[in-house]
Design a protein around this ligand. Structure first.
Ligand code: SF4
Length: 433
């Protein structure tokens, strides 16, 4: 599949991959194709941690040296150094005009996701780009170093599990509930080194954001990749973003093989799903939100590649509009573009951003991974104590969001919002008309 291969990296794994590339190919070596490398710093950005700041500088030096056109720097000065200024606080924007935010959310928006292609990224959630009908998978720094030098990687073709979705999502149920339900079914290792292929009328009815949410979490079941066959919605989205960004505008979508064999093939009726939660300590530890009212919470969090899209915040705002959150609640848009969208989109005459702030959500303009991956101690929203948090993110192994003693419950933006209002895990249908 896919004649066209490209690679993605960020501030955590980029410097290591560059180190492997230089060690193996030489200090003065050139990358195999500068136009096929996308670098998006996003993980440990808004922190005073000097080594994290330096990682961004390493990426900038490499992009300049290799003349990489798709480096989305934090700052505008190509010869500058990135430092975070804590005196300006965590909430106000501290980035330049090219900065994007979380790589997986930014990649398609910047016109780098196309059906039929192959994407290797130094991040396990690279599988999110499978929403666009491409083979997208996470790799390590060593593989990435060799890809920088050769553009090649030996990969075993995964067996395929088919998830055939019928029906429509009921009120209060989101794409996040679908993937949490299915990981609960197959287990957090249930798709290990397999492709998770999504088909059926339920998939056709889903918008691109929903498909991204689901594809993103293939890795939470151990999947090699998640894949949604490209359709007219995919083409409209991809073509629009290619045009807006002037990126490569030809691609060759792959058709479904009618004789394809599956190692697993199951039909799910979306109408039967209810708001679902993955309990501490893993994404497969499933329960219905309505059965977890006894779980008291200290913290709610909305953000990340899977849960920090504009549509996620709009869903959250629908629930909290005109109300006050009861527990500390942090909101981190996935990308700088999402920040803009939330300020421009209105609900009942107010911007979504204002609705969220007025309800007590601490919203930062500094789009990034933030506390999804814990990060340095001063990371916005990090669980620095043994807290119990409900989160719209994608992974809840112990220590993922900070303290190893904290407990993270994964849920949809609706469920996180409803739980933020009550202080315990809450079925959002109580709050949705
Ligand atoms: S938002 Fe979280 S899951 Fe997504 S790339 Fe960043 S750390 Fe990984």
């Amino acid at each position: 599949m896919g004649q066209y291969r490209y690679s993605l990296t960020h501030d955590v794994c980029g410097p290591g991959s560059i180190g492997v590339f230089k060690r193996e190919f030489g200090q003065n070596a050139k990358v195999w194709d500068p136009t096929k490398i996308v670098i998006i710093p996003d993980h440990y950005i808004f922190t005073t941690d000097k080594l994290s700041n330096r990682n961004v500088d390493v990426l900038r030096d490499f992009a300049r040296e290799q003349k990489l056109p798709y480096f989305y720097d934090v700052i505008d000065d190509p010869n500058g150094h990135w430092t975070f200024n804590p005196a300006r606080g965590q909430l106000a924007r501290q980035y330049g005009s090219r900065y994007q935010g979380v790589c997986h959310a930014a990649l398609p928006r910047r016109g780098h996701a196309r059906p039929g292609e192959v994407l290797f990224g130094t991040d396990s959630h690279t599988c999110m780009a499978g929403a666009f009908g491409e083979f997208a998978t996470g790799i390590g720094n060593t593989d990435a170093g060799f890809i920088l030098g050769t553009g090649k990687l030996l990969v075993k073709v995964p067996e395929t599990m088919r998830f055939y979705l019928e029906g429509e999502l009921p009120r209060g149920v989101m794409a996040k509930d679908v993937i949490l339900h299915i990981i609960g079914d197959i287990g957090f290792d249930g798709a290990t080194y397999r492709a998770m292929q999504w088909e059926g009328p339920g998939v056709k009815a889903m918008n691109i954001d929903d498909r991204m949410t689901i594809a993103n979490m293939a890795i939470e079941a151990g999947g090699k990749n998640g894949i949604f066959p490209a359709d007219e919605k995919t083409f409209a989205y991809v073509d629009g973003h290619i045009k807006a960004n002037g990126t490569k505008n030809n691609y060759d979508p792959v058709e479904l093989d009618k004789n394809q064999k599956f190692i697993f093939d199951r039909v799910y009726n979306l109408c039967e799903l209810e708001p679902t939660v993955a309990m501490h300590p893993n994404p497969g530890n499933r329960a219905l939100a309505k059965t977890l009212e006894y779980v008291k919470l200290n913290r709610a969090y909305i953000g990340s590649c899977t849960g920090g899209k504009a549509s996620d915040f709009i869903a959250f705002a629908e629930v909290v509009n005109g109300k006050r959150v009861y527990i500390e609640t942090y909101g981190v848009p996935a990308t700088s573009e999402v920040v803009q969208e939330l300020k421009e989109t209105k609900i009942s005459g107010n911007s979504v951003w204002d609705v969220l702030v007025d309800s007590g959500v601490q919203m930062t303009e500094n789009a990034s991974c933030a506390a999804c991956l814990g990060g340095p101690q001063d990371t916005f929203g990090r669980l620095n104590a043994p807290l119990t948090c409900i989160s719209a993110t994608n992974r809840n192994f112990p220590g993922r969001m900070g303290s190893k003693e904290s407990k993270v419950y994964l849920a949809s933006p609706y469920t996180v919002a409803a739980s933020a209002l009550t202080g315990h895990v809450t079925d959002p249908r109580e709050f949705i008309g």
